[in-house]
Design a protein around this ligand. Structure first.
Ligand SMILES: [Cu+2]
Length: 279
């Protein structure tokens, strides 16, 4: 970071660098910012020039000009052309922002076939239909992530984690964002745009991280007293490490469930002061 310009520019532009969609949003923002800057300098430059050149002088009489058809048509057409150019550039970038690409060749094997899940037109699967699909559940006041690997037909028994989402590198990760209570907003700035978690609705987005690393974010929608604590981290690790982590997570959940089951059984068999017998 020798040159000061990149850091100044980074201050005024969206965060990116974690995922292709975030990078496309960033470059689109920079193109628009650059065009707007050129127009700003031209307009303000003309204004300052006129202020200085035609400032009030003793005895000077201002010229009275009524209309100039060529000038008026000129700036209307020029403004329209700039808008058309911006629209064309935006639409040409939109596909790369919205549509997830395929996983890389070194992607995770757990990136399964989700074609069946995408019967509705809304969520966009990668071209080959394979992605690691994670359900993001917003709840007051913590993010929960449910990974593939349900052991029961109703979707129960799947491994999950809180606050930190672990994902494999080189793998297209699609997110199904839902809420268990009120509206929350999922946002990891370096991985792309914001998506709201709305009770009763599903929102979909994706990211693909090439190198191991951590990306921090926070709930971006005031959701109650604990909103400020509702942080989120996406941690990308090599696929083999992810598989090992997921297996360990499954084991921890199974152990905790077994312990809870045993404690419940023990409580049920005890007759003590706290025991209330059925009449
Ligand atoms: Cu919140």
């Amino acid at each position: 970071m020798g040159h000061p310009l990149p850091s100044v520019l980074a201050f005024f532009t969206p965060q990116s660098g974690g995922s292709p969609n975030a990078n496309e949003i960033n470059s689109l923002y920079k193109i628009t910012l650059f065009i707007a800057l050129v127009i700003f300098v031209l307009v303000e430059g003309g204004l300052v020039y006129a202020l200085v050149k035609f400032r009030a002088r003793k005895g000077a009489v201002a010229a009275q000009i009524r209309g100039n058809t060529r000038l008026e048509v000129g700036w209307t057409v020029a403004a329209a052309l700039i808008l058309v150019a911006l629209a064309v550039i935006t639409f040409s970038k939109l596909a790369a922002i919205q549509n997830p690409p395929n996983s890389g060749p070194a992607g995770d094997v757990l990136a399964g076939d989700h074609a069946a899940l995408y019967a509705s037109a809304e969520p966009k699967p990668p071209p080959n239909g394979k992605s690691l699909n994670i359900t993001v559940i917003g709840r007051q006041y913590i993010w929960q992530y449910v990974y593939p690997g349900a052991t029961e037909p109703d979707g129960l028994g799947a491994p999950y984690s809180y606050e930190t989402m672990v994902v494999p590198t080189n793998t297209t990760v699609t997110l199904n964002i839902v809420s268990a209570d009120v509206v929350h907003s999922w946002w990891i700035p370096q991985l792309g745009g914001k998506f709201q978690a709305v009770p009763g609705y599903h929102n979909y987005t994706w990211f693909k991280i090439s190198k191991p690393g951590s990306f921090r974010g926070q709930c971006a929608f005031l959701c109650g007293r604990g909103h400020a604590r509702m942080i989120a981290t996406v941690k990308a690790v090599p696929p083999a490490q992810f598989d090992a982590w997921l297996a360990y997570q499954k084991q921890l959940i199974a152990q905790a469930n077994a312990a809870a089951h045993a404690a419940r059984a023990k409580l049920g068999s005890q007759a003590g002061a706290g025991q209330v017998g059925n009449p």
